[in-house]
Design a binder for this molecule. Structure first.
Ligand SMILES: NC(=O)c1ccc[n+]([C@@H]2O[C@H](COP(=O)([O-])OP(=O)(O)OC[C@H]3O[C@@H](n4cnc5c(N)ncnc54)[C@H](O)[C@@H]3O)[C@@H](O)[C@H]2O)c1
Length: 253
């Protein structure tokens, strides 16, 4: 349902061609926001835009590597050129290898840190000055329960990167709060997205969700709902927060 807080405003989502990012882009559009749908997979971004348009929403696709400073900087200008504003940003790209510590090589380390930490830094690096100049905005970063606890099947570099996302979020919230900018992050538990389906069988996913009080994987739409809440007027006094969306995994620590 269109919401006056979102309608006519612009949301940017990274990694929006699949899983959580796609659900987030669809949710922003359903609220009436215009969405800049970005992904390193241009076809996947186009598919998300197709779904938004089919539902009556407005969106544009752009192929962007969220780990490239040049591409992320150009994306901000492209968003302003296309939609005239940047009001909400969801920095969502991230991935680990799931490898045991002793199997993690230099390339695995770089892959995980670039995707899970650098991409969020670059997003905020170029979004925050523009939001400040334009009078405010809201950012949501995708962290993970792996950055909060050690209970999830995640590798050590991914866990550290996501813990870093949580701290970068708090830092940015403190530094930019005076400019009418809120910055929060979400910490999903196990979410039933394509990458998880590729890595784990349905039986393994149920076993991994045994970390949750509610013993099933989280649905991407349930993560998107939390992103929308954090961007909403109702969350006006919430900033610097890490919000678990994890079926209660946080309480099982
Ligand atoms: N699925 C889970 O259980 C889970 C749990 C906790 C946190 N997360 C986090 O949620 C986020 C999204 O995960 P997902 O499960 O939806 O993944 P996904 O694989 O379904 O989607 C990720 C998307 O990011 C895109 N992408 C990959 N590298 C990119 C890059 N360099 N630049 C731009 N786009 C790129 C992919 O093409 C893909 O469309 C990640 O940060 C992940 O760490 C996921």
């Amino acid at each position: 349902m269109t919401d006056t807080h979102f309608s006519g405003k612009t949301a940017l989502v990274t990694g929006a061609g699949s899983g959580i990012g796609q659900a987030s882009a669809l949710a922003f559009a359903a609220k009436g926001a215009r969405v800049m749908v970005t992904d390193i997979n241009g076809d996947a971004a186009e598919e998300t835009v197709r779904q938004i348009t089919a539902a009556g929403g407005e969106a544009a696709a752009r192929k962007v590597d969220a780990t490239s400073a040049e591409e992320v900087e150009a994306l901000i200008q492209a968003t302003l050129d296309r939609f005239g504003s940047l009001d909400f940003a969801h920095n969502n790209v991230g991935c680990g290898t799931g490898k045991a510590l002793e199997d993690i090589g230099p390339a695995d380390y770089d892959f995980t840190m670039n995707l899970s930490f650098k991409s969020v830094f670059l997003g905020m690096r170029y979004q925050l000055p523009v939001m400040r100049e334009r009078g405010g905005g809201v950012i949501v970063n995708t962290a993970s329960m792996a950055g909060v606890s050690t209970t999830q099947a995640a590798d050590i570099v991914y866990s550290g990167a996501k813990a870093g996302v949580i701290q970068m979020t708090a830092h940015a919230a403190r530094a930019y709060g005076q400019h009418n900018i809120r910055v929060n992050c979400i910490a999903p538990g196990l979410v039933a997205t394509p990458i998880i389906s590729q890595m784990f069988t349905p039986e393994q996913q149920i076993e991994m969700a045994s970390d949750h009080i509610i013993k099933r994987p989280v649905r991407p739409e349930e993560i998107a709902a939390a992103v929308i809440f954090l961007c909403s007027a109702e969350a006006a006094m919430i900033t610097g927060l890490v919000l678990p969306v994890d079926g209660g995994q946080n309480a099982m620590r």
